[in-house]
Ligand binder design. Structure first.
Ligand SMILES: C[S@@+](CC[C@H](N)C(=O)[O-])C[C@H]1O[C@@H](n2cnc3c(N)ncnc32)[C@H](O)[C@@H]1O
Length: 347
């Protein structure tokens, strides 16, 4: 059986180890950047895979077709491959195109538009936001691999975040949006955002109904500072009682070690930490701020990992976090780069 998996490019080695634990007889056919196509005798079960809590791998689906598209009309051959899978009524197409020799001259986008329009003219409905099925076409050097699956048949199905969410301030916003979805984090009243500038996460949190105490010596983006939609206040000194906070965001323009001394009386529903320091420092920050999080309150933290020592970075952070938190999930989300996102709740 032929399978397709998305893995994290920066954590390729760990990703392949993860996959080979699930598919011990895995025989890799193609391995390009974030994509692995492999053969395995083991029949794939989403349930089995989810029990393993994959950290690095997502979008695993079975591929039903493999076709050489070098001989006839390139786009039509790809279309015929897609059509033969008989996608359901509401479908989304996802195309990954690795045309190494640039022989075809079409981009993934060109192919997607062509296939999408043609399927629509044949009575299918393309639904990007809420499809029943996903149609995957992976085109590698004149070979088209195609698979079609219902969404619940895909391990950690993820869309390209660039498509799903508008980005306003920083790329980091995608990480937080994805984490809310992946871990089903509830909304709440008050969040502490550590390492908050230029304010992407804070803005997402405000949109989810939180008021935010944002900690970072660096400035916030001008679009927040001068926003009509978000009430922003740059503060030094002690934070006033939460009930008196009239602003959506109170920005303490200082380092986390000095800001923590000004938190008396604060009980937050969530702590979000995204500092650009080693994972160990981030985990220590979480311990330091845990005092101001309610019991069962959510912790979301990015742990930067050097790719050489991925395992030890994650294990060190987890060990520290376990002093105050129950860890609920560790994942590389599509928008993560050289980092993992950990979700925990306060014990
Ligand atoms: C990746 S950026 C955060 C991006 C932010 N989450 C967003 O969505 O816009 C990392 C931030 O961590 C901050 N930072 C690093 N060390 C810090 C510390 N010790 N105390 C407070 N902020 C810190 C940096 O100033 C930087 O703005």
């Amino acid at each position: 059986m032929l399978y397709f998996a998305y893995v994290s490019n920066v954590f390729k080695k760990s990703s392949l180890n993860e996959l080979s634990r699930i598919f011990p007889d895995m025989d890799i056919l193609k391995d390009y950047r974030e994509i692995v196509i492999f053969n395995s005798k083991k029949r794939f079960s989403v349930g089995d895979f989810n029990k393993e809590s994959p950290i690095f791998t997502y979008n695993i689906i079975r591929l039903n077709e493999k076709k050489d598209v070098s001989t006839g009309n390139y786009l039509d051959d790809i279309y015929k491959t897609a059509y033969s899978l008989k996608p359901r009524k509401k479908s989304r197409i996802r195309i990954e195109c690795f045309d190494l020799n640039s022989r075809c001259g079409y981009s993934s986008k060109d192919i997607e538009v062509y296939i999408g329009e043609k399927l629509e003219s044949d009575g299918y409905c393309m639904d990007i936001m809420n499809p029943d099925t996903l149609l995957y076409l992976v085109i590698i050097d004149m070979t088209c691999f195609a698979g079609c699956a219902r969404r619940n048949e895909i391990v950690r199905e993820s869309a390209n975040p660039r498509r799903r969410y508008a980005r306003k301030i920083s790329r980091a916003e995608w990480k937080l949006q994805e984490a809310f979805e992946e871990f089903h984090i509830p909304n709440g009243n008050l969040a502490i955002d550590v390492g908050a500038s230029p304010g992407g996460w804070s803005a997402v949190l405000v949109n989810k109904g939180f008021r935010v105490i944002a900690i970072d010596p660096a400035d916030f983006d001008e679009s927040i500072v001068s926003s009509d939609a978000i009430a922003y206040h740059a503060a030094r000194g002690k934070i006033c009682e939460v009930d008196k906070m009239n602003n959506d965001i109170i920005h303490l323009k200082e380092k986390l070690t000095s800001a923590v001394k000004k938190m008396d009386g604060i009980i937050a529903d969530m702590i979000a930490i995204d500092i650009n320091s080693p994972g160990k420092d981030a985990a220590e920050a979480a311990i330091m701020y845990s005092k101001y999080l309610k019991k069962d309150g959510a912790l979301l933290i990015t742990i930067k990992c050097q790719t050489k020592f991925v395992k030890s970075h994650i294990e060190t952070a987890k060990k520290l976090l376990r002093k105050k938190f129950k860890i609920k999930g560790v994942r590389v989300l599509p928008a993560n780069r050289q980092e993992v996102t950990i979700f925990g709740v306060k014990i």
